[in-house]
Design a protein around this ligand. Sequence first.
Ligand SMILES: [Fe+2]
Ligand SMILES: [Fe+2]
Length: 215
Amino acid sequence: MKKKNKVNGTIKYTGKYIQLSRDELMDTMDQSMSSRRFKHVQRVEKTALELAERYGVEKEKVSIAALAHDYAKERPDEEMRDLIISENLDLDMLQFGTNIWHGPIGAVLMRNEFGLEEEDIFEAIAYHTIGSPEMKEVAQIIYVADFIEPKRAFKGVDLARELADKDLRQTIAYISSHTLSHLLRRKNKIYPRAIETYNAWAVSHKEEHNDSFVY
Ligand SMILES: [Fe+2]
Ligand SMILES: [Fe+2]
């Protein structure tokens, strides 16, 4: 409790993006997920705010998106499935799992329950897991922060942290390739937008036009 005030106590929400104060948003998240996940959410916010400071992005938007990014993660599968249909989300998602669902659904729930209309925040929540070819700065930051928050310990995360200190675009390129190769290695089904994200951010021009490789 003390920690959150110490770390991010300077941010005061203006009310122009959601109908909640920062403390109310924190409490909402705290009550919507396990304490383990809520701690992850707080680390993502801290990391995201550091990136916002570094890259000159609006902190209120970044804070809201970070705190809300996993809002839907622990909703029952049935509820999520119903929302995909009733909210006219991409029905192809039904062929995948909650890992793919919880971003877009979290954004929709934030809109329905707390009046979130602001597009940068909405897309940041919606795209945080697999990215998108057209992520604006808030979405870029949440995508990166979710991957590099301090408790992440997988192979390659340190390189992502180093990149994030220098160049957001390169970091996204790295993360999208890393995610894709991880899924390929595990022979997991790949949601098409993960490939689109990779194509948009990670493919170098050299490779894109290299037709010397014979298939
Ligand atoms: Fe997530
Ligand atoms: Fe997350």
